[in-house]
Design a protein around this ligand. Structure first.
Ligand code: CP3
Length: 351
């Protein structure tokens, strides 16, 4: 068997025919699993991410329960910010908080420029440990946050609904914003290359907040550095890359000339619409997604019919390749049995 046929997810990412329908779930490791909560009861989140044995253990937890085609390394998009000198905490119910938000040229200058192999080596170790437990058909996914999404947290110092500090910087000190995006870009390239050297088979770049900018601002400030990260890691490592532009099909209009293998589609956008827009700008890519993660709280019969509808839509639009997934991360109240139901329906579906 060739390398591609061995791993269905990689085959689909490259537009080859997979030996079976590849499936995984964004945030498949996490608080909806009691075995994850048991680990978290003993250790805080950042320490968990920085402990290779524990990180590998929670990465593998969902693969023990469910028939999945991939493991995504357990970490967070904000972990590199710790290596850049900010401290990361999670306030109960409030999401991530980063110390010393970056709001001026002086703040930018004060950031450290980490070396991934040294300062983020624990992520590489966790990948190597996880990979040793995977079957040949299973794919090891490495990831990072995209520069704009990571910059948003670094500037706001926390999650935001309005992104006021980000926009203030964009309107009054674009040099600092661009400098920060380029620095994150450099750090991210090194970090993703290290993940591949440690065993990652494919890389995903999460741009959850891409939808917060207008199309022209996205194209001017965010697209160049995002393209640089994806092109560089793709060319230097040879592994396929997935880009997730969160919250908005309109950002897909701005992706002309992006070098990418898979676009992960937010649940708010129909796959057929995404495919049309991407074709319009000349991107011939595979698609990933995009069940609404809240569908997993629906009664079983309805959940099964929603999975079937999604698969029927895929059959109609016939993308180059398709990776089954949710269209954003699983939520903490997700019943674990729902993942079994979704995967069962997927495996029954006749193409
Ligand atoms: O299983 C996996 O998908 C791998 C692990 C993973 C986490 N975060 C673990 C996590 C991944 C891929 C991420 C990505 C991430 N983190 C994104 C991009 C994808 C998305 O969801 O939009 C973003 C924006 C973040 C930032 C972040 N981290 C937020 C907003 C939060 C708080 C919200 C929440 O769910 O609590 C986190 C914390 C976080 N990251 C948790 C987990 C399992 C929960 C922390 C805990 O255990 O208390």
């Amino acid at each position: 068997m060739s390398k591609h046929q061995e791993k269905p997810l990689i085959a689909a990412a490259l537009g080859h025919r997979p030996s079976r329908y590849p499936a995984w779930f964004m945030r498949q490791a996490g608080r909806y699993l009691p075995e994850y909560r048991a680990v978290r009861a003993k250790v805080d989140f950042t320490t968990l991410c920085q402990s290779p044995d524990l990180a590998a253990e929670v990465t593998l937890q969902p693969l023990r329960r469910f028939d999945l085609d991939a493991a995504i390394i357990f970490s967070d998009i904000l972990i590199p910010c710790v290596a850049m000198g900010q401290s990361l905490t999670f306030d109960k119910g409030e999401g991530p908080v980063l110390s010393r938000p970056v709001r001026s040229g002086a703040d930018l200058k004060a950031l450290k420029r980490p070396v991934a192999a040294k300062d983020l080596g624990y992520v590489g170790e966790a990948i190597a440990k996880t990979k040793a437990s995977l079957q040949a058909s299973q794919t090891m996914i490495g990831f990072a946050g995209a520069p704009f999404t990571v910059a948003s947290y670094m500037i706001e110092g926390a999650g935001s609904k309005t992104f006021t500090e980000v926009k203030k910087l964009l309107f009054t000190d674009a040099t600092t914003l661009t400098g920060l995006l380029e620095l994150i870009g450099d750090v991210t390239i090194d970090y993703l290359q290290m993940q591949v050297a440690s065993g990652a088979d494919i890389l995903m770049l999460f741009d959850t907040w891409a939808g917060q900018l207008t199309g022209p601002d996205y194209r001017q400030f965010v697209f160049p550095v995002t393209k640089r990260v994806l092109s560089t890691v793709r060319q230097t490592t040879g592994v396929p890359v997935i880009y997730f532009p969160g919250q908005g099909v309109d950002k897909m209009h701005e992706l002309k000339d992006l070098e990418v293998d898979v676009i992960s589609v937010d649940w708010r956008t129909r796959l057929s619409v995404a495919q049309g827009v991407l074709k319009n700008v000349g991107l011939n890519v595979s698609l990933q997604g995009n069940l609404d993660p809240q569908t997993l709280i629906a009664p079983e019969a309805l959940l099964r019919s929603k999975v079937r509808s999604l698969l029927e839509e895929v059959r109609t639009i016939a993308p180059r390749g398709h990776i089954f997934n949710v269209g954003h991360g699983l939520l903490p109240h997700t019943p674990p049995e729902s993942l079994t139901t979704v995967l069962d329906e997927l495996r029954r579906f006749q193409f």
